[in-house]
Ligand binder design. Structure first.
Ligand SMILES: [Zn+2]
Length: 117
């Protein structure tokens, strides 16, 4: 891979990383809001269990999104460190070059499509 293409992918990855970090920061703030709401709810004498269940569900799906974003962030960091060590774009499983069109669609890919299956 030539250095210009590599630089392009690097910029893409850094942008994506920034984007995810922003989103993560946002859900952190949301979670704090939900926690506070729970505290006030629990001090009330009459609670609606149905409503609490709904909120719990929302809270849990937020956590799942969080996990996905964190996993994605790890992949991006791994891709950036592969760039430093000069192994970016090489399949971690079969050691062949990952096709450029796959990297364009998913720059943090560390395996080729054959190994992905
Ligand atoms: Zn492979």
């Amino acid at each position: 891979m030539d250095s210009k293409t590599l630089e392009d992918f690097k910029q893409k990855l850094l942008k994506e990383k920034e984007h995810i970090e922003e989103n993560l920061a946002k859900t952190e703030t949301d979670k704090k809001g939900v926690d506070r709401e729970y505290e006030t709810k629990f001090t009330e004498i009459e609670r609606d269990p149905e409503e609490n269940a709904d909120e719990m569900e929302m809270y849990e799906s937020n956590l799942a999104v969080d996990e996905t974003m964190k996993a994605e962030l790890e992949k991006i960091d791994a891709a950036l460190s592969r760039m430093k060590s000069g192994t970016y774009g090489i399949c971690s499983n079969c050691q062949k070059e990952i096709p450029l069109e796959r990297l364009r669609a998913y720059p943090q890919a560390d395996t080729c499509l054959d190994c992905q299956k």
